[in-house]
Design a protein around this ligand. Sequence first.
Ligand code: KG4
Length: 341
Amino acid sequence: MKKEINILAIESSCDDTSAAVISDGYLLSNVVAGQKVHESYGGVVPELASRAHQQNIIPVVHEALKQSGIDKKDLSAIAFTRGPGLMGSLMVGTSFAKGFALSLDIPLIDVNHLQAHILAHFIKTKEEGAKVPEFPFICLLVSGGNSQIVLVKNPDEMEIIGQTIDDAAGEAFDKCAKVMGLPYPGGPIIDRLSKEGNHKAFTLAKPNIADYNYSFSGLKTSFLYLLRDELKKDPNFIENNKNDLCASLQYTIIEILMSKLRKAVKDLNIKHVAVAGGVSANSGLRNAFEDYAQRYKWNIYIPKFSYTTDNGAMVAMAGYFKYLKGEFCSIDLPPYSRVEM
Ligand code: KG4
């Protein structure tokens, strides 16, 4: 009888410790432990993140295996996020994956975190299928650390055709939230408050840069200056206008993201368009995708909420694709912090 392909995947690139088990391409479990320790700092503190990963990794892996019903002796391989991400965080997941694979005498699979976000569209369970994008497709990858337009030719052939030259979209959400006194991560809070606000209340700067690249630093500065000037006139300006500020900010970020994406879709004449990464949880961005699908006849692919932010399931999916091609890595492969694809 053919043996099942069972892969345990580990994700630890930033501030979520996650493990997942996939069997013959079907996800069996996906356990994510977030880290509350960063909330009061207004952003992820790398040293605290790696320490929390060390505390979380064993219980998270244990729980993922338990929920999957797969015994560790029946694992075929271990996949892990190799990068990009925070070096200290990556070291924890990478070292754990290596030690575990060595002790079980099974192969290791290194996974690119950004590719994994994109391949989250292929995650399926026995109960629920996936609306799988057709190749080639264009993916808007927007997270706390990255904002890119990626041409996806195959599961293992992706080309970054545009990217941010400064801040990522998620960073713009989080940093602007911070100056309004909102806790980290600010993206989901801005999303919620925006629903009650007027997006036309304030006009914010939009960048004018070449090709399919993004920039969010000008927007961030214009938001900061708006607050500085208005607070001089009214010390309660933020409190009195919070919903409108959030709605205007969110609207501008989405406009910036969608205008470059539309240009890429038009120029490349590829009508299969996906969105991935933490910011793809944003309701305004999801609505904009639906709207563009109607207006420009795009076939759109929006991930399930649970697969938008960092998770082991997407690493498991990417690992499974690599397993099928026999792409394993050596035990001495180091993690990397900067964008590679
Ligand atoms: O992909 P992710 O979990 O981590 C990285 O790999 O960076 O993305 C986290 C980012 C944060 O910046 C967070 O504020 C943002 O995704 N985010 C959102 C929403 N949910 C998460 N931004 C806007 N609206 C949301 N609903």
